[in-house]
Design a protein around this ligand. Structure first.
Ligand SMILES: [Zn+2]
Length: 90
């Protein structure tokens, strides 16, 4: 069983609308727009992958896409800064 997000009454798992108030029931399979930790790590290690993930998931899960892209840009900026610093010292 699941519960109606509108009225809070118990409704059937298969129901598309609430039998109590008629509100549309969102499917359980709806993807959660949250960044996957493993993919954030991959984005940090391989910034190009993070940028691709950000571009691909921009429409389906904008929050996760933003996280991947941000992680990729920060990782790229840090590696660039370290390279620049090493270049200055060396
Ligand atoms: Zn309801």
């Amino acid at each position: 069983m699941k519960f109606c997000s509108n009225c809070g009454k118990e409704i059937s798992d298969a129901a598309a609308i609430c039998i109590n108030c008629g509100a549309e029931v969102k499917p359980e399979t709806e993807t959660v727009d949250k960044a996957n930790t493993a993919l954030v790590v991959v984005s940090v290690l391989f910034p190009i992958v993070g940028l691709i993930l950000g571009a691909v998931q921009r429409k389906t899960s904008p929050n996760a896409a933003k996280t991947y892209a941000t992680a990729a840009i920060i990782a790229w900026a840090v590696s660039f800064a370290i390279g620049f610093f090493i270049g200055l010292v060396g």
